[in-house]
Design a binder for this molecule. Structure first.
Ligand SMILES: [Zn+2]
Length: 308
């Protein structure tokens, strides 16, 4: 499997347009040893011809343009055969609106997510203006399904979803939320090649527990939630009323952070994605970055190409 990291920051990107935190200011001024990052976006392919996006970030148009393998090969064409959705977060779904130019592809999502997007948000109707446009494929929790090429053949990659959280985004109305399956609010993905090699894609994880550890341990390559370094990061920096955990992200550092909780995993490579612009781990001269590296992790960067 080929894996392209198209974006590696959390919502807002790095730097974030309205942020003057230490990291964002330092990056703009050139005084911080750190890399600019677009919002988290990953693309995967078995054969290098047909590609699948993991979610659709608000930066997806620019991310596709920066990535030659995703360019059109004739007058109307896209190597993108499908998009897999892990949640209804704006950071994960907004990019679908940038893919509305009458191109046929599949969206793999739960029924709950389909109800939110198609039932309550008419703007997503632009993905189905003509009959041969987007095909919505329902995904059942815990059930393995093949990713299909544009012509409907098996691509060589299959996917299994795991429920990680029960909170829907604020824009989902209270009435609608009562009709949704809470277990479909937030998913992690295990993507398996025909030779049984596994990529675990878990960009938002509210809690680490034994069942999750077992699932992650089965993967050779792990892309994991690196949003915040500490639980009170946003409380300290911008007076946020919510902790990292309350926002649905287990922090990286500290006694109960992911570095310690995932220390026993046997994955060949472990990378953090979805890194918020406030995270001190972005400073490559800082102690947090060194601690992360010393624990055997990498900080994913836009443009990285991985093989599995
Ligand atoms: Zn910032």
């Amino acid at each position: 499997m080929r894996i392209q990291i198209l974006g590696s920051a959390a919502g807002g990107g790095f730097p974030q347009w309205n942020c003057g935190c230490h990291n964002c200011q330092g990056l703009r001024a050139g005084t911080l040893r750190a890399k600019e990052r677009t919002q988290t976006q990953v693309a995967i392919s078995d054969d290098g011809q047909e590609w699948f996006l993991l979610n659709a970030s608000p930066d997806v148009r620019m991310q596709i343009e920066r990535t030659a393998v995703l360019h059109a090969r004739n007058l109307r064409h896209s190597p993108i055969s499908g998009v897999l959705m892990t949640s209804a977060d704006i950071d994960h779904v907004a990019g679908l609106l940038s893919l509305r130019e009458l191109q046929p592809f599949r969206i793999y999502c739960t029924r709950s997510l389909r109800h939110i997007l198609r039932g309550d948000n008419s703007i997503f109707g632009m993905l189905n203006r003509v009959s041969r446009q987007v095909c919505w494929n329902d995904v059942n929790l815990g059930e393995k399904f093949p990713l299909l090429t544009t012509s409907g053949c098996e691509s060589g990659i299959s996917c299994e979803t795991f429920s990680l959280g029960t909170t829907y985004p604020e824009y989902v109305t209270a009435d609608r939320a009562t009709e949704l399956n809470p277990k479909e609010a937030l998913l992690g993905l295990i993507l398996t090649t025909s030779s049984d090699r596994r990529l675990a894609y878990f960009p938002a994880v509210p809690k680490i527990h034994d069942t999750l550890l077992e699932v992650l341990d089965s993967a050779e390559l792990l892309l994991f939630d690196g949003t915040f370094w500490s639980d009170d990061e946003l409380i300290q920096i911008q007076g946020s009323p919510l902790s990292a955990r309350e926002m649905g992200h287990v922090p990286v550092g500290g006694d109960k952070g992911s570095l310690r909780a995932l220390a026993s995993l046997r994955c060949r490579r472990k990378l953090f994605v979805h890194v918020n612009n406030t995270n001190p781990m972005l400073d490559e001269s800082g102690p947090e970055y060194q601690e992360m590296q010393a624990a055997g992790w990498e900080l994913a960067e836009d443009g990285w190409q991985l093989e599995l």
